[in-house]
Design a protein around this ligand. Structure first.
Ligand code: SOE
Length: 387
């Protein structure tokens, strides 16, 4: 490897480990100007599982000791569960190692503040993987809003609907536990929506950042079976789980929000939205136009311009659309995984250039402030100012 190759240490090798490893593997072929990145060391707890994953994900070696890894690599990816985001990321930053951390930044506002402070002190790139900012149609939408096509923003609606927990027997996981995750649909899905709205309308006339919220959390199923393994034995006869564990986070949230410059909005997310698989939708209405986006149709943007009679469906796959020229000709659509390639391209570029990456830990902290306000509003039943 030439000495300007970035050695990557990656903590986590399941869902997000696969998504980011796939992205790193795609970069040389589709983004030849991306910095060279070597999948050096894969970090986890279980050596056997690590060994298998390292082979599949293309890593040279494994380690069960993240403390040894964080100052031994050029870039540290923290793709672990939420309760593992803070300590390894702060240790890496204190060692001067750039960090790319999955969302949400942390479980709590305090934890997020500590991570953002460590990033500010370190002066190296500290990115948070809000991958939906890197969808071509979302970039196109943001440019339209910035160009004033929608006029003054009045209404903003963000929903993130999934249904993977509708079955009460769907197994318990760390995402159901307050100590491990911080919150449920609010932090897992709501974090994406809050960041996306900040990205789309944070600088827009009439909007700005979210300032006041009235939030509501709901848990529909309060215990779930623990899948087989050391804790959750299965009954020899029925095969049913013999252990159930409490669900201590929200299954769904909703919030009314006010933006700094007057726009109003509604947010919601659920893991119980029967029939919706990964429906992250944004709707924005302004004084001279409107737009609608749906992650399940992520190459399209529904746009209403001032002089048109109705919404038009724009297929955002032209060479001049962001990132598209790296892939295929018009109409040869991209998918969910391509957003990870785009965000890795930008993050590694910032590391190689000694620049900064957006969204940063400061953006992650701004999201955490809104999540915290929604939780405080749910507790008090009152409108709450975002800190
Ligand atoms: C599960 O809800 C999940 O994988 C989220 O954790 C991701 O952030 C989202 O992109 C897809 O759904």
């Amino acid at each position: 490897m030439t000495d300007d190759t970035l050695d990557v240490g990656m903590l986590g090798y399941r869902f997000m480990g696969k998504a980011h490893s796939n992205a790193l593997a795609r970069l040389p072929m589709f983004f030849p100007d991306a910095p060279a990145a070597n999948r050096d060391v894969l970090v986890g707890r279980d050596e056997a599982a690590l060994d298998d994953a390292a082979g599949r994900l293309g890593f040279d070696r494994i380690s069960t000791d993240w403390e040894a890894v964080v100052d031994d690599v050029d870039v540290f990816y923290n793709l672990g569960p939420n309760h593992v985001h803070a300590a390894p990321s702060i240790a890496a930053l204190e060692a001067g190692t750039p960090v790319f951390c999955e969302k949400p930044l942390a479980r709590t506002l305090d934890e997020a503040q500590r991570m953002a402070d460590a990033a500010a002190d370190a002066g190296v790139p500290a990115g948070i993987a809000f991958n939906y900012r890197f969808i071509p149609a979302i970039r196109y939408a943001r440019n339209l809003i910035a160009d004033g096509v929608l006029g003054e923003v009045r209404h903003v609606r963000g929903r993130y609907l999934q249904d993977w927990l509708v079955d009460p027997e769907a197994p318990w996981s760390w995402r159901n536990d307050a100590e491990l995750a911080g919150s449920g649909a609010l932090g897992d899905l709501g974090a994406h929506t809050v960041d996306l709205l900040h990205f789309l309308v944070g600088d827009a006339d009439g909007a700005g950042d979210i300032e006041r919220v009235s939030g509501h959390l709901r848990t529909f199923v309060d215990e779930r079976p623990v899948p087989g393994g050391d804790d959750g034995a299965l009954d020899a006869e029925s095969g049913d789980a013999t252990e159930y564990r409490a669900v201590t986070v929200d299954d769904a949230y909703s919030a009314q929000v006010e933006f700094a410059e007057g726009a109003v909005g509604t947010l919601e997310a659920s893991r119980f939205a029967t029939g919706h698989k990964n429906a992250h939708t944004v709707e924005i209405e302004g004084s001279t136009g409107a737009l609608k986006f749906d992650l399940e149709r992520l190459n399209e943007l529904e746009l209403l311009r001032e002089d048109s009679r109705g919404f038009e469906t724009v297929l955002v796959t032209d060479p001049e659309d962001p990132y598209v020229d790296h892939w295929w000709p018009p109409g040869h659509v991209v998918g969910w995984e391509h957003t990870f390639v785009h965000e890795n391209y930008e993050f590694l570029g910032a590391v190689a250039d000694g620049g900064s990456h957006e969204p940063s830990f400061a953006d992650g902290l701004a999201v955490q402030r809104v999540l915290d306000a929604i939780e405080r509003s749910d507790e008090t039943g009152a409108w709450v100012e975002v800190e």
